[in-house]
Design a protein around this ligand. Structure first.
Ligand SMILES: [Mg+2]
Length: 367
């Protein structure tokens, strides 16, 4: 009998880490101003010492004890804890710390994927052969982040992205949770369905109406029922609830732009046809943006006429966004100068200057 290949078909071999910085913005502020240590710290837009009209971006764990959480209006946070320290968002500083943390994490990775300003998945090199070694490796990562950046993170280790992501949130702050493949169901089943990434308030509400509150109930739910309610997503939900996730850890830094082009079946100068095609291309660009959690700053329009002469026009916005209406409006503006007698052969639209979205600054998207 041939010797078993330890790498092939070995479920232990797939080890995914999810690293999530603890109350990132607040932790960076406390690091910069040590006198804030141990105090309820609230970082938000337009805080004005609690009288502003903004929302909470992040708050320290001391503030969470008062029931304060991300996306809560500053005014409400103030009512819950008037003596908290209210600070404005200093994104340049957080981006700098984030870049340093991500660079450090990359050094621990064979494959690396940043998913937001303070979160990343990584797959360690072959020196991590099993889950015992993974636990030690995770401790090394945590120590190194603490030593170099003086902030804490929580790490989840699992056999896929889903499990590691839920595990990193399991014992925050400064947590480490390792879920072995044989323990996945035991780990997931008691948790509320809202712990499944992508299940936002709306989906959780619908599931509740169906009598599904815990992951176990979702895992055992009839696929027919789920498909009727959620379409194609139904199967995905059931798979996730059973701990199944086949998504790869992918380095997104390599994606520099997202663009779509379409050639007309027949050359045309009909503005309705041209803008109609452009709309479809924009929708495709936009869904790809959302899928990758990107924001963009620059929109590019490409036009090719019947004689193959090709023109591009770009516009860079003052802000990062993922708003489809901004793409549409800008593309139409850029298109205006080309609409006329000459016939189009092709039209294209793209976005560049991409950045990974910070989840705390945007609304949660439901399935
Ligand atoms: Mg975090």
């Amino acid at each position: 009998m041939p010797a078993p290949n330890p790498k092939k078909n070995n479920p232990e071999r797939r080890i995914v880490f999810h690293v999530d910085m603890d109350s990132f913005f607040a932790s960076v502020e406390v690091r910069e101003k040590p006198e804030l240590k141990g105090q309820p710290v609230i970082v938000g837009s337009d805080p004005r010492e609690g009288s502003g009209r903004g929302v909470v971006s992040t708050c320290s764990y001391e503030a969470r004890k008062y029931g304060i959480h991300s996306a809560m209006p500053i005014s409400q946070a103030y009512r819950l804890c008037p003596h908290a320290v209210f600070l404005p968002v200093n994104m340049n500083l957080y981006a700098e710390v984030s870049a340093a943390v991500m660079e450090l994490l990359r050094g621990f990775s064979e494959k690396f994927q940043q998913v937001s300003i303070d979160e990343a998945y990584l797959i360690p090199g072959p020196e991590v052969r099993n889950f015992e070694e993974a636990a030690l490796y995770a401790l090394r990562i945590k120590d190194e982040v603490q030593r170099q950046q003086r902030i804490t993170c929580s790490v989840g280790v699992g056999s896929n992205k889903l499990v590691s992501k839920i595990a990193s949130g399991f014992q925050k702050p400064d947590g480490l949770t390792v879920v072995r493949p044989e323990d996945v169901r035991e780990f997931l089943f008691p948790l509320p369905v809202s712990k499944v990434p992508g299940v936002g308030e709306r989906t959780a509400e619908t599931l509740k109406e169906m009598g599904i509150n815990r992951i176990e109930e979702l895992a055992n739910c009839n696929i027919q029922l789920l498909s009727e309610r959620f379409g194609k997503i139904g199967l995905r939900l059931k798979q996730l609830a059973n701990g199944l996730d086949f998504e790869e850890v992918i380095e997104k830094e390599s994606i520099k732009s997202i663009s779509r082009h379409g050639t007309f079946a027949e050359d045309t100068n009909d503005p309705v046809k041209i803008s109609g095609s452009l709309d479809l291309l924009i929708e495709s660009v936009h869904s790809s943006l959302l899928k990758h959690s990107f924001l963009f700053k620059t929109i590019t329009l490409t036009v090719r006429f019947e004689d193959f002469s090709t023109y591009t026009r770009s516009k860079t916005l003052p802000i990062w966004t993922s708003d489809i209406f901004v793409i549409k409006r800008t593309a139409i503006q850029l298109l205006a100068e080309f609409i006329g007698r000459r016939k189009f052969r092709l039209v294209g639209v793209g976005v560049t200057k991409l950045r990974i979205r910070d989840e705390k600054q945007t609304l949660i998207t439901d399935f």
